[in-house]
Design a protein around this ligand. Structure first.
Ligand SMILES: [Zn+2]
Ligand SMILES: [Zn+2]
Length: 227
């Protein structure tokens, strides 16, 4: 599959069907400056940059990579992309230490039989809700712990539609990741309250109706027994 535009100026540029089966989905937002949400597992960072160019954008305009959480399938490409494009790495402060130390378990790198070299973080997000202003638009980062302590969901309002990026909402919830079911329950409720029109998910694709978004989140709430 090729990269494509989901809604005006929001694109999918990487993921299991686009770049590498090991990659979580990678999304690009054009706000004049470019913002990347997640970065794949690391083997496809050059491909992701190629896709940005093929869509007609200058990779040098990529100013930030927002990492939704500390797992390798989402963070692996961030250092390589930073090296080539200069984009700063953002992550919630509670998920920063595994990247800074290159922890093989907490980054899940050992699961993927790879390693993640210790990487400094440019910006550690620190609030339940943090608004990043880029040009005239705003990107909202929400702390939504559960899958990991510093998991983050992101949304942007565009042409009357709310687009939510919720990468590993489905879990898994595992002790070795520091997962927490009570946190996950609260976080998914918060996301349902957003009443999003489109969910750009991390592994299973894009849900394009309000009902599709609710059904997706509710199916996991039932699976984890909080509904
Ligand atoms: Zn994932
Ligand atoms: Zn994950």
């Amino acid at each position: 599959m090729k990269p494509y535009e989901i809604i005006r100026d929001i694109f999918i540029v990487g993921g299991p069907e686009i770049t590498d089966s090991r990659d979580g989905c990678v999304y690009l937002i054009n706000l004049g400056d470019l913002v990347l949400i997640d970065s794949g597992a690391g083997w496809s960072s050059d491909k992701i940059i190629d896709h940005i160019e093929e869509l007609g954008f200058e990779p040098q305009k990529l100013k930030m990579t927002l990492l939704t959480h500390c797992h390798i399938d989402h963070i692996g490409g961030a250092p390589g992309i930073k090296k080539k494009c200069g984009s700063k790495i953002y992550i919630h402060k509670l998920d920063a230490p595994p990247l800074e130390s290159g922890d093989p378990i907490l980054t899940a790198a050992s699961w993927y039989q790879t390693r993640f070299d210790p990487t400094p973080i440019d910006v550690k997000l620190n609030f339940p809700e943090q608004i990043l202003r880029i040009g005239k638009e705003k990107v909202v980062c929400l702390h939504t712990p559960g899958h990991t302590p510093g998991s983050m969901s992101i949304y942007i309002d565009r042409d009357g539609k709310r687009v939510l990026f919720g990468q590993d909402l489905h879990g898994p919830l595992l002790e070795e990741f520091g997962s927490n079911l009570n946190d996950w329950d609260r976080s998914t409720k918060k996301l349902l309250d957003l009443d999003a029109d489109i969910l750009c998910e991390g592994h299973f694709g894009i849900y394009k109706t309000k009902k599709g978004v609710v059904d997706y989140i509710m199916s996991y709430r039932r699976r984890y027994g909080v509904e």
